[in-house]
Design a protein around this ligand. Structure first.
Ligand code: PL3
Ligand code: FE2
Ligand code: FE2
Length: 239
């Protein structure tokens, strides 16, 4: 009798899960996904440098985080090169456009809490979920690189968490507001990338699940109650 956890079933699933990295369809999807990741890492670098201007006594630490993002950007650039894929950068710039605009707006207005929520919570949780889901279906070269990167992204998420926990009472209202304005954008971004991600054998439901775990855990660490967290996450359901 075959049971769900019989070894031959999991082996079969594992084989099924790996895409053919050489097809035109895979490369076409990868040209956009790879660009998104390269652009995301580049913008993350710039955002941590910008955050250093808002929190000058942390500028050195933020520069250290920014340098890690630069390394990630180079790593993912080599993943595209390794597969013979040219990243579609104009697509990726448009993809990040609205979130980028909100970050720049908050930066101009000195809104450090909003900037941290966008970069260190939302974007990092998005990256963590994407990289987690990508690792088991990546080509061996990209898998190794992505495994190294995902560890760093937890450092970045923790940075934001720690700062916001230390300033929780003063940040609370702005966090609610920034969540309402930006979580729906992450949802749209997930929808926009879903078809290409599926070609890489990454399922949208898995991405959403992993994202929500990372984001909700972060909100809990910062000091929000379960009810607050449910209210915050529900803005993504009602748009
Ligand atoms: C911050 O450190 C990094 C920001 C990057 C954001 C990436 C979002 C990725 C969404 C697309 C999912 C594909 C993952 C594949 C990785 C090559
Ligand atoms: Fe990164
Ligand atoms: Fe990061």
């Amino acid at each position: 009798m075959t049971t769900l956890n019989a070894p031959e079933v999991s082996v079969l699933r594992g084989q099924d899960a790996l895409p053919d990295f050489t097809t035109a369809e895979y490369k076409d999807a990868y040209s956009r996904i790879n660009a998104i990741v390269i652009e995301g890492e580049q913008e993350a670098h710039d955002n941590y440098i910008s955050l250093g201007t808002l929190i000058p006594d942390q500028a050195e630490e933020l520069e250290r985080l920014a340098r890690m993002e630069m390394k990630h950007m180079k790593g993912f650039t080599s993943c595209g090169r390794n597969l013979g894929v040219e990243a579609n950068m104009p697509f990726a710039e448009d993809f990040f456009g609205p979130l980028h605009g909100n970050f720049q707006n908050a930066l101009r207005n000195g809104k450090v809490v909003t900037c941290l929520l966008i970069q260190a919570l939302l974007i990092e949780a998005f990256a963590i979920s994407a990289y987690h889901i990508y690792i088991p279906v990546a080509d061996p070269f990209a898998r190794k690189i992505t495994e190294g990167v995902v560890k760093d992204e937890y450092t970045h998420l923790n940075y934001g968490q720690k700062w916001l926990r230390a300033n929780f009472e003063a940040s609370r209202d702005e966090l609610f507001q920034a969540n309402r304005a930006n979580l729906p954008l992450i949802r749209f971004m997930l929808e926009e990338v879903a078809a290409d991600a599926a070609i890489l054998h990454m399922e949208k439901e898995d991405l959403i699940e992993d994202f929500l775990i990372a984001y909700q855990e972060a909100l809990g660490e910062i000091g929000f109650s379960s009810r607050d967290i449910a209210r915050m996450v529900s803005v993504a359901l009602t748009v």
